[in-house]
Design a protein. Structure first.
Length: 70
């Protein structure tokens, strides 16, 4: 994996990860549906992957050839 995003992209990935993980935790605490755990686990997994992308400076979408703005 080679770095394919710059420092601005890394900051954006970390910010998106923080929001996604916070949303997953909020749903875990305050959610009241039978799908709560599935949604919570999905959001936490997505947030963890975004943290990985920010940490490595690598974007999965860019690696697949999809153009992103950041």
């Amino acid at each position: 994996m080679q770095c394919n995003i710059d420092s601005k992209g890394r900051v954006v990935r970390f910010g998106m990860a923080a929001v996604t993980i916070a949303l997953g935790v909020a749903i875990m605490i305050f959610g009241d549906t039978k799908w709560k755990w599935l949604i919570c686990c999905a959001l936490l997994a997505i947030g963890a992957f975004q943290l990985f992308e920010g940490w490595k400076g690598w974007c999965a979408l860019r690696a697949m050839g999809i153009k992103t703005k950041i």
